[in-house]
Design a protein around this ligand. Structure first.
Ligand code: SIN
Length: 291
């Protein structure tokens, strides 16, 4: 098994390993790499069928069903991210972290390339830890004790713009669930590495607890811009059979939509590892936050 960095701040590309016959030593090495590099791209997994994809994900934790999209037939844990060749919009086409609108967001996303355009369709990734480390001291101080308000409302709920589209995924319309809100600290300490990260996901946020809406919006926009500065980013170049593990506790990603006229399909599994962030969520569900 060989590993090489993708970019200075984030990402590792691994060759010479088969996920469907992974020994315990190899699995430990992969999980250490995920902690160290946040994103690990495992090449050459063409033999991994949906059952083996789920079996690998289950070694990381508990597979969670995605509440807003219909799964692959017969595999409730696998969500199909699809853009057809004649479509204009894609799924995940803005910077975000996966499912931060849960009380405990999923620790990992395990993606598998299924149908990949010859050119384009890369996924950009950004390290929330590198972004946090580079913040000026006064900004760190300002945000240290702030909680963001996270919700799926703008993407799947009543806050959704009529033209908001998510590619060709089969959406499950559950507005009540989508409109729920949860508070998470803007600065989250990774439960395993102890590193602090900037936990912001603008499309999933409706405010910051205790700040007037306009001020919260400005701060979210400022932090979001900082988070995706080139210094903190890397790029996943897909191929069919590439499996990617993303540590959602410290990564934002953005699926580029630059392959018009081509089809793309990625299978996604969300994994929870039962660990809460090291800082307790204040109040957990905060369905009635007043600003
Ligand atoms: C996502 O999970 O947000 C999309 C990932 C991708 O299509 O590359």
């Amino acid at each position: 098994m060989r590993a090489a960095d993708i970019a200075p701040a984030i990402g590792s590309r691994v060759t010479g390993v088969r996920l469907d016959r992974l020994g315990p030593g190899e699995f430990d090495r992969i999980t250490r790499l995920v902690l160290d590099r946040h994103v690990v791209c495992l090449e050459g997994q063409q033999n991994l069928d949906p059952s083996a994809h789920l079996a690998f994900a289950r070694r990381l934790g508990t597979v969670e069903e995605y509440p807003f999209g219909r799964p692959l037939d017969g595999y409730p844990g696998i969500f199909r991210i699809i853009k057809e060749r004649d479509s204009s919009s894609n799924f995940g086409g803005v910077w975000h972290t996966d499912s931060p609108y849960h009380e405990v967001p999923p620790a990992y996303t395990v993606l598998r390339g299924v149908d990949i355009p010859e050119r384009g369709g890369d996924t950009l990734v950004a390290s929330m830890c590198a972004a946090y480390d580079a913040l000026p001291g006064d900004v760190k101080e300002r945000i240290e004790d702030l909680d963001g308000v996270f919700t799926a409302s703008k993407v799947h709920g009543s806050g959704r713009a009529t033209n908001f589209s998510i590619g060709d995924v089969a959406r499950i319309d559950d507005r009540d669930r989508a409109d729920r809100t949860f508070a998470h600290p803007l600065v989250r300490r990774h439960p395993q590495t102890g590193r602090k990260g900037l936990y912001v996901s603008a499309c999933h946020m409706s405010g910051i607890v205790g700040l007037p809406p306009a001020e919260a919006e400005r701060l979210i926009a400022e932090l979001s811009r900082h988070l995706v500065d080139d210094r903190f980013t890397g790029r996943i170049r897909w191929s069919a059979g590439l499996v990617v593990v993303i540590d959602n506790r410290c990564v934002q990603h953005h699926a580029l939509n630059d392959y018009h006229g081509r089809r793309r399909e990625i299978h996604r599994v969300l994994v929870s590892d039962g660990r809460a962030p090291s800082r307790e969520l204040r109040g957990g569900a905060v369905d009635a936050i007043s600003h």
